[in-house]
Design a protein around this ligand. Structure first.
Ligand code: MC0
Length: 146
């Protein structure tokens, strides 16, 4: 069962400059940074709030590490902006199977490694009214030390 918005993924050309914009404009601080080579992104997670199921909601700022990555391709075509939305669930395997049975293309056979030790999969945007949709089961996490 999907219980919350885990994050909104935002594609950007320059991660440091975008982090600085969110910090100075809204006061959001970086909770975690990571490079995910499989996904081809350098990312910063800005925590917005904790949620009632023990999880949290974030903005996820994404800079591509290579032009042929999903975010690199998207940026070249569309420019900066909202790239995907991610719903949190305690059971990404079960929810992905249930959603696949409804005829929506789930992009991975098995969930893959996402940010902060999470397990993730994606639903094809063409089956979701134009929205690239991610399902996330989070790991328990502590903020990075800064
Ligand atoms: C592509 N399309 C999108 C889209 N990306 N529509 C809405 N939102 C997006 N983000 C549309 C295109 O406009 C195009 O429509 C059609 O889908 C095919 O796109 P394409 O440019 O030809 O690209 P494909 O088909 O090679 O790849 C699209 C696909 C890919 C969604 C399969 O981007 C993918 O596998 N995404 C999942 C992985 C991902 O996004 N990773 C980055 C975040 P038209 O009408 O022009 O044909 S990593 C992340 O988020 C991790 C670190 C985490 O959260 O922990």
């Amino acid at each position: 069962m999907l219980t919350r918005i885990d994050h909104i993924g935002i594609a950007c050309h320059d991660l440091d400059a975008t982090v600085e914009f969110y910090r100075t404009t809204y006061g959001f601080e970086v909770f975690h940074t990571e490079v995910n080579e499989e996904q081809g992104v350098r990312e910063a997670m800005l925590k917005i709030n904790d949620t009632s199921d023990g999880g949290s909601s974030y903005l996820q700022l994404l800079e591509p590490t290579r032009e042929d990555s999903a975010v690199g391709t998207w940026l070249a075509k569309h420019g900066e902006g909202v790239h995907h939305i991610a719903f949190g669930t305690p059971d990404v395997d079960g929810d992905a199977a249930e959603i696949r049975d409804k005829g929506v293309r789930v992009l991975y056979d098995e969930p893959r490694r996402g940010t902060m030790g999470s397990r993730i999969t994606f639903l094809h945007p063409k089956d979701c009214h134009g929205v690239l949709t991610e399902l996330v089961t989070s790991a328990r996490v502590e903020p990075d030390e800064h």
